[in-house]
Ligand binder design. Structure first.
Ligand code: SAM
Length: 473
């Protein structure tokens, strides 16, 4: 075991930070500076000192956190929040509304919200909204309170905003006092919200570009902590690239005008029960099959998701969640093979309400929509599947088929790009399942690649793939 392992474990336990891979370099630097500042070289003594001295630990952690941030970062979500969501909330309830930036670093995020709210609501904004920023790192909090920034912090902010809200200050720029004082900053540990409570409940929690530093188990713990800070109808916004990794079943993922956010999960709605199930002609990936009482499995599975494991028993909960999606998927696949398209569509619609990011459900829903002669719906489902799993070659393939078969007016470039993606993906991984977790790909990967290559060679040929796609495409 490396001499650093107990330090990694201590940081992980107290702050959740996962110091593996590239992050190790930060740990080595922090260790060197810890040795220099304490004069201790013996690692056991250092560990004892670090464990018992809170200020020393804070100083150590400051060197381990990644504080990268800037004004107006990922503006689509901020624009939606300030110009769409918050005005609606104000119209519906009593101000003030409370907004919390969890992992605010040096303050650029909450101050961006402050500027945007001020633009929209003027001086009134300060009475309408409370703004708080919290961070584990005491050093960045001190910077946030000062509100003095250099060039890189402004890289995404318009010159107009900069001129309106900042004044030159010792070669840098200082935020105007009235905005600075509006935002409160406090020490805050995501792993221990109760002890380091920043107040609340909050109507909006920004949890952006923070979760990437935690493993999945820690993220789930953090969601539970954040759940305690969130008002009953509050929302949680993650960074654009983090949203999928935060869809952990603690909160419900919602999309509004292209922006994704989380809210408290409503109790799962029961997925409709299907009374009769034919045998399974198309493959699935279940190891034990689902027996001949498949008709009841849906009901059991969905009630299983609600009932079984005590909340402390994470594995059992995960299994129930997995079952609650796998069984309906298998049933939807059967219905599709039976040409029972309406039943399959109903089942998949309910499933996608619970699991909007299931690649399997999206691909099946796309295939069903094709059979229902709803090519635009099919297109949307396949596009979503590709968004979730760019490696999903079946979605690329069937999207191209929509063009080639004339179901959508042809876009030769798009069609070729999709077939080319199939060839590229299946050349790199010839037996890839295309990111499907439960159902087997609707056509064998070798066939898909062969066909895609032929269509690419031939341009818009008349080749038809009925023999390989019958019943699924
Ligand atoms: C990359 S910055 C993100 C800043 C800002 N939210 C943004 O999107 O630009 C991540 C911040 O999360 C903070 N952080 C890391 N672990 C934390 C924890 N356990 N509790 C609170 N903050 C934490 C770090 O100190 C760092 O300032």
């Amino acid at each position: 075991m490396s001499a650093f392992a107990p330090f990694k474990a201590l940081v992980h336990q107290r702050c959740g930070l996962h110091l593996e891979g590239l992050a190790e370099a930060r740990l080595f630097r922090a260790m060197a500076s810890l040795q220099a500042s304490t004069g201790l070289t013996d690692t056991a003594q250092l560990l004892t000192q670090l464990t018992s001295d809170a200020a020393l630990f804070d100083q150590f952690v400051s060197q381990l956190t990644v504080n990268e941030t800037y004004f107006y970062r990922e503006p689509d979500a901020l624009n939606w929040l300030v110009n769409r969501y918050l005005p609606k909330r104000l119209a519906a309830g009593d101000p003030p509304l409370s907004i919390f930036s969890a992992g605010c670093s040096s303050g650029e995020e909450p101050y961006s919200v402050a500027m945007m709210l001020f633009e929209r609501f003027g001086e009134r904004a300060k009475a309408l909204f409370n703004l708080t920023g919290g961070d584990l790192d005491h050093q960045v909090l001190a910077k946030a309170r000062q509100a003095v920034y250099g060039g890189m912090a402004f890289r995404a902010l318009s010159a107009d905003f900069k001129a309106r809200y900042f004044s030159p200050y010792k070669g840098r720029f200082k935020l105007h006092e009235s905005l600075r004082q509006w935002v409160t900053f406090c020490p805050f540990n995501l792993l221990n919200a109760a002890e380091s409570s920043p107040g609340g409940p909050f109507d909006v929690i920004l949890f952006r570009n923070v979760s990437i530093y935690f493993d999945q188990q820690t993220r789930r713990r953090i969601h539970q902590q954040l759940g305690q800070l969130l008002a009953p109808n509050g929302i949680l916004l993650c960074g654009v690239t983090e949203t999928m990794g935060n869809d952990l079943g603690v909160f419900e993922l919602v999309e509004a005008e292209g922006v994704f956010y989380f809210r408290r999960a409503e109790p799962p709605t029961a997925v409709p029960t299907v009374s009769h199930q034919p045998p399974l002609p198309m493959g699935d990936k279940s190891d034990g099959g689902i027996g001949d009482s498949a008709g009841n499995d849906l009901e059991l599975a969905s009630s299983g998701a609600l009932a079984p494991a005590a909340p402390s028993c994470e594995q059992a909960t995960e299994k129930a969640q997995t079952d609650s999606i796998n069984h309906p998927l298998q049933n939807a696949q059967r219905l599709l093979n039976q040409n029972a398209f309406d039943d399959a569509a109903t089942l998949l619609e309910a499933l996608l309400k619970q699991q909007p990011w299931s690649t399997d459900a999206l691909v099946l829903a796309g295939l069903v929509a094709r059979w229902q002669q709803q090519p635009h719906h099919a297109y949307d489902y396949f596009k979503r599947a590709i968004y979730v799993a760019p490696e999903c070659w079946p979605a690329h393939f069937y999207l191209a088929e929509l063009y080639r078969q004339g179901e959508l007016s042809d876009e030769p470039l798009q069609r070729r790009q999709r077939y080319a993606a199939v060839v590229r993906l299946l050349t790199a991984a010839p037996t890839s399942d295309g990111g499907l977790e439960t159902i087997a790909p609707p056509l064998p990967p070798g066939d898909a690649r062969f066909l895609a290559e032929r269509y690419l060679e031939a341009g818009n040929t008349t080749l038809v793939s009925t023999s390989t796609t019958q019943g699924v495409g």
